[in-house]
Design a protein around this ligand. Structure first.
Ligand SMILES: *[C@@H]1O[C@H](CO)[C@@H](O)[C@H](O)[C@H]1NC(C)=O
Ligand SMILES: *[C@@H]1O[C@H](CO)[C@@H](O)[C@H](O)[C@H]1NC(C)=O
Ligand SMILES: *[C@@H]1O[C@H](CO)[C@@H](O)[C@H](O)[C@H]1NC(C)=O
Ligand SMILES: *[C@@H]1O[C@H](CO)[C@@H](O)[C@H](O)[C@H]1NC(C)=O
Ligand SMILES: [Zn+2]
Length: 413
């Protein structure tokens, strides 16, 4: 009997199908032993705009108009997530700190409401402990320096509330760091990149054990921080500039600095940063992974989906349930098991442990309690308590006891 071409076509399709399933099976197998850690998810912001943070009115099992819900998290094998405690730049110098505290509170309440599925995490060990328990480790990242209102005291308090990364800017300058829009020419540089206070902030983050996130900052700031930070840094949701020349992405020279510093670039899935157009697909996201691996190394790659923070996501990566398909695609592209495991979570865990080690090594360093110079933050919504009444006096120390008494008397008027 002769077999027809049609028969062989069917065999071919079946074989291809089986091969595709093989990659997906292997992806799931790798994800059973290595946690998938994603750098940035904006579900908390969706809960803010959809429900004004009234979590009692929401069921995260059945919520169906977001990229993220509990069934999708399970299907996607999402083992650890940095949830963004994001508040918009419009809140800068207004109620940014309160609103950020409210998003932090919301993330804690999410963990309390779904203890079977989510577990709050604030260390590299917590991520592994949650993984063993088959729960999604939930960490907090603050997206934008405006959230701390130029205050190291606010930064430290937020660390105490469990915040483990700070993105230095969102899409606006702070009084001490420039954002990526400076590189597009649409916003003037205000700080020459990173100011003296900004440099002190990095040191304080190193001392606390908070990860420095360089997504959203200008290239000048990326380079400066890579020089001055003792600990490695992350890009929680940024892709490769050479593949899509958006200023939100990371240029080659910075990728190589990140490699030297052993940091991690967690690839953003937003269509506009994947292809620099409104359309994208899974394969084009994998191109960013391939590219960073080629010009730097698989040891600096991670996942930073930006789910629920963007209006357009690639075909094939519609929501958080789709991560295993991307992992399968990397395997199909000949990524080794070890390279995939590094990208899944080992790289981020390495950075986190290095950050914790720097924190431990600085245990004897006193907290930085020198406030930002008043003239750098003067605005109608800020009072000047604590600063010398006369701007020319730059330090309290030379004040005589007599003057202190006078200052106190005046302050009670
Ligand atoms: C989405 O959820 C809403 C509210 O629970 C429900 O009315 C609707 O039928 C759901 N839609 C789908 C497609 O499941
Ligand atoms: C972990 O969760 C998955 C998805 O819900 C489930 O299929 C699996 O049985 C769980 N494993 C353990 C050890 O609980
Ligand atoms: C993804 O998009 C590119 C460019 O449009 C196209 O060439 C490619 O075939 C697409 N891949 C898939 C898997 O759809
Ligand atoms: C993967 O490796 C195999 C064997 O080395 C090679 O034949 C194939 O072309 C490679 N595929 C890709 C997508 O690089
Ligand atoms: Zn962002």
């Amino acid at each position: 009997m002769r077999l027809t071409p049609a028969f062989w076509a069917v065999v071919g399709v079946l074989t291809l199908g089986a091969a595709a399933d093989q990659y997906r099976e292997r992806a799931l197998e790798l994800m059973r032993t290595t946690p998938l850690i994603d750098g940035h998810n904006d579900l908390p912001w969706q809960l803010k705009i959809l429900f004004n943070n009234q979590l009692n009115h929401v069921d995260l099992h059945s919520l169906n108009n977001t990229h993220t819900n509990i069934p999708k998290i399970k299907a996607g094998r999402l083992a650890a997530q940095f949830w963004a405690a994001y508040v918009p730049c419009e809140t800068q110098n207004k109620d940014a700190v309160r609103q950020t505290l409210e998003q932090i509170d919301l993330i804690h309440r999410m963990c309390d409401k779904y203890p079977e599925e989510l577990t709050f995490a604030e260390s590299s060990q917590d991520i592994m402990d949650a993984f063993v328990q088959n729960k999604t480790a939930s960490l907090i990242g603050i997206e934008g320096g405006h959230s701390i209102d130029s205050s190291l005291g606010s930064l430290r308090s937020m660390y105490l509330l469990g915040v483990r990364y700070l993105t230095l800017t969102h899409s606006c300058n702070t009084p001490w760091a420039d954002n990526w829009l400076v590189d597009t020419g649409s916003t003037p540089s205000e700080n020459n990149g990173l100011s003296e206070f900004g440099i002190r902030l990095i040191r304080e983050m190193n001392r606390l054990g908070m990860l420095v996130d360089l997504a959203h900052v200008s290239v000048e700031v990326m380079k400066k921080v890579l020089q001055v930070s003792e600990a490695p840094v992350i890009f929680s949701h940024s892709s490769a500039f050479a593949v899509c020349p958006s200023k939100r992405n990371v240029p080659d020279e910075v990728l190589s600095m990140v490699k030297d510093k052993q940091g991690v670039v967690m690839v953003n899935f937003y269509n506009d940063y994947v292809t620099c157009s409104s359309r994208a697909n899974l394969s084009q996201v994998a191109d960013h992974f391939d590219y960073i691996k080629k010009v730097a190394d698989a040891s600096i790659i991670g996942f930073g989906g930006d789910y629920d923070g963007v209006g357009r996501v690639p075909e094939g990566l519609e929501d958080v349930s789709k991560y295993p398909d991307l992992v399968a695609e990397l395997l199909r592209r000949n990524w080794s098991d070890q390279e995939v495991k590094m990208a899944l979570g080992e790289n981020l865990l390495r950075v986190f442990k290095a950050v914790e080690k720097v924190r431990d090594s600085m245990k004897r360093t006193a907290p930085d309690d020198v406030p930002i110079p008043y003239e750098q933050v003067q605005n109608p919504c800020r009072t000047s308590y604590g600063y010398p009444p006369d701007d020319s006096a730059s330090s309290l120390l030379p004040l005589s006891p007599m003057l202190l008494i006078l200052a106190q008397t005046l302050s009670h008027l």
